[in-house]
Design a protein around this ligand. Structure first.
Ligand code: SF4
Length: 421
């Protein structure tokens, strides 16, 4: 039976980008045999940049997602994950919607590093890339009273799901295992705030080693360092992406939701860093690409503010990363309602269209599927004017194929000429 659309929904639930967005907002109910321990899927963790908590699924068109299951609102979801022998599908209001796949839990998760840490406590796959939260918990969580961002769960998790101290050696061992066994192409480092702005000092030795020993693309997400020349240095050592989470474009909402960030840095400093790093894009090459991202959370401020943020970022050459607010259990905002997908759809439409209008390099890096955000290129399925952007979309897809071809050609050459570890 075909799924019947919600009367207010602007897209059918079979539209993969709409489904990804609607699942973020409504969650999913799991039926018998769908828990990760029954499916060899990845465990449900609360960690991962403070906004992830759910089950990882692969939707049609290779859209990876992380769907809320433990938050109370998921119990009322019209979506259900159903298992039929070894196959899985999503139903909507009881009707078949789409077939999905469940990404397997990598075998290297259960291995240990030479210092005895379980590898999945050093880094985990988020979608298809390796995510590492390399150091101690964000200092906003250590203050009394706490100054953490109110949506964030990072301080609730570290020490439970993550190892406390990760050495450069630990990280490199996990990076090599994930590259060899999971075929990753990208490593993402994410830190919170550390007194003394030590985040780049901690990351640089890890980045240097990864770039020396592998062909992986590397990105960092940290607060904005006061010394902007540190980003030139980061680029020179081979980093490929910097991302700044300013979360909100509306000043008053930023102050209310992110008290620590507001006190230590202020919204303006975040925006200056995004702009400075976007200016470094001209030094990027096909072999050594460079991208500046600004990250916001949709659903915590009016959609118009999110759209203004998108328009500002794309106008300076930065690519927006847009998360969807998830009221995670245990956080200060746990009792807030999740956003409505109908209200957020224009934000994600604008995300794709603004990037395409400015010819920004979206969706080019190979094998990067992100489960926690709806990527700009994935939002093409929501576009209100696919016809007028068709030529640009074709060119974008051609560039993505060309980038992947040269990346994997170099990987093949490298593997042939590198002695096994
Ligand atoms: S800066 Fe905010 S969002 Fe990031 S880890 Fe710290 S409290 Fe969480």
């Amino acid at each position: 039976m075909k799924s019947s659309p919600d009367s207010a929904a602007p897209f059918p639930p079979t539209n993969p980008a709409w489904l990804k967005l609607d699942l973020y907002c409504k969650g999913i109910r799991l039926t018998e045999g769908c828990l990760p321990q029954d499916t060899h899927g990845r465990p449900i963790l609360r960690t991962r940049a403070g906004l992830g908590s759910g089950i990882e699924l692969i939707l049609p068109e290779e859209l990876w997602t992380n769907v809320p299951v433990t938050e109370p609102f998921a119990k009322d979801s019209p979506y259900e994950l159903v298992r039929r022998r070894e196959e899985f599908f999503v139903t909507h209001n009881g009707n078949h919607c789409v077939d999905v796949r469940i990404p397997e839990r990598p075998q290297w998760y259960d291995k240990t590093t030479r210092s005895g840490k379980r590898m999945d406590r050093v880094g985990t796959l988020q979608g298809t890339y390796l995510a590492i939260y390399p150091a101690a918990v964000c200092d906003y969580w250590r203050e009394s009273p706490k100054a953490n961002c109110r949506f964030c769960s990072v301080g609730l998790n570290l020490g439970h799901d993550d190892a406390e101290e990760k050495t450069v050696e630990d990280v490199l061992e996990v990076v090599h295992a994930a590259r060899a066994e999971s075929g990753i192409t990208y490593v993402d480092f994410n830190t919170g705030h550390y007194v003394g702005e030590t985040y780049l000092d901690i990351l640089e030795p890890m980045i240097t080693r990864i770039k020396r020993e592998t062909d992986l693309l590397v990105g960092v997400q940290t607060p904005p360092h006061h010394d902007l020349s540190r980003y030139d240095r980061l680029q020179a050592m081979g980093a490929n992406r910097v991302s700044f989470c300013f979360e909100l474009f509306d000043q008053a909402t930023f102050e209310r939701v992110c008290p620590g960030k507001n006190r230590e840095y202020g919204l303006d400093r975040y925006l200056r860093a995004v702009e400075y790093c976007a200016g470094l894009s001209k030094k990027g090459t096909w072999k050594q690409p460079w991208l500046a991202n600004g990250e916001i959370i949709a659903g915590l401020e009016p959609p118009e503010a999110s759209i203004r943020a998108i328009d500002w970022m794309t106008s300076i050459g930065a690519v927006p990363t847009v998360c969807v607010f998830r009221p995670l259990q245990g956080t200060d905002m746990a009792d807030e309602p999740p956003p409505k997908a109908e209200e957020l759809a224009p934000v994600f439409q604008r995300l794709y269209e603004a990037c395409m209008e400015r010819n920004l390099p979206i969706g080019l890096a190979p094998n990067i599927h992100v489960s926690l955000v709806l990527l700009p290129d994935e939002c093409r399925f929501l576009s209100s004017r696919p016809g007028s952007l068709a030529r640009k979309e074709k060119l974008r897809q051609w560039k993505a194929s060309a980038f992947a071809a040269q990346f994997y050609a170099r990987r093949k050459w490298r593997d042939r000429h590198t002695p096994p570890r």
